[in-house]
Design a protein around this ligand. Sequence first.
Ligand code: MEV
Length: 387
Amino acid sequence: MGFVTASAPGKCILFGEHAVVYGHPAVAVAIDQRISVKIQPSPNHLWLLDGSSLNMNRNPHIKGLIQKLWPKQHGAPELSIHIEGNIPRASGLGSSAALSVATAAALRMARGRWVSKTDGTQQQYWLEGFGSTIANSEPYDNSSGFFAAESQDERYHITGKNSVDSDECAILAHGVEAAVQQGRASPMDSSTCSHGGIIIISDVIEQGIDYLYQRTLAMKDATRIWHIHEMSPPSDSDDVYLVIGNTGVHAPTGKQVAKVAEMLQQDPSRMKEIDTIGQIARRGIKALKEGDFAAVGRTMTENQLMLSSIGVSSPELDNLIKAASPSSLGAKLTGAGGGGCMVALTRNPKETSDAIELAGGRTLISRLGSSGLSVDGSQNTTIWTKT
Ligand code: MEV
């Protein structure tokens, strides 16, 4: 029986969460912790998740990806899905984005891709799929990403890792995150979990770092545009670590994002605080580009003050941040807040980790900018394809 296994890293936001939803800059890094997804044909023609019946409504990210990449109406068979990993759920570390990216990669790999040329590595030759350079693939609605394939005289089916594309996995993961977060989601988590490394989102095209693509999403109040870049870890980052402290309090992102939206609706003048987070993130990007980790840490601490001010910190987060501060360059909550995790940038990972644990947090230690999605195993790769 065929199978495909793919994995993606979690993420940690250094600057700009919440403000990035409103189009401001932000920085996130891929962490060492990952989620791995294995898919294989279902033995009993029912959708299975870890051996039990898959409840689509309780797994909206998986449901959304199946609609896009594995559509029943085109004859795609039921699958058995297994998920493993060490990214804690609903804790601000991108577990749902990593799950979405890894699932998208596994489904694409299990399906292959129709292209118009045998060197179909370039997106302009794709006859099916989603990507930022494909105008009509509508990744944010319910379409299933087929176009032109049926009418094409000459077409080729590519299989294996060549059929998997990081931009496609990121845009699909963003689409399902936006749906789950009531239409409000930045591409921060999805791009970081797909591409890995350090991802910089900006309202302008940044000089001196590699440009990936632009994302546009129509939200209720306005259409947002983000420019997404990737950056290698600065050369002297070898002795700098992230120590992540988990409060153990689950805090779904959608709820926190909705809370900020409500605050702004009730008092539009508070957009000033969101704008300030954007300015802080811009200073953080400059410090990171210069490899000035002392300034990166100070800017993270400053960012935390504004996150507290908009009401997304919590007593549990404040407690772990206070414990980490004496031994670190800077510390703040990471992700949506309200619980979940904090992160400290430190040259003394053991000391910082011990301090956080003593204050009641569970810690993870990571380097800055782990690798992005990967296809880790496969056998009889093509489980289904649209012919
Ligand atoms: C969640 O990891 C980050 C938020 O900014 C939401 C988003 O960017 O979609 C809170």
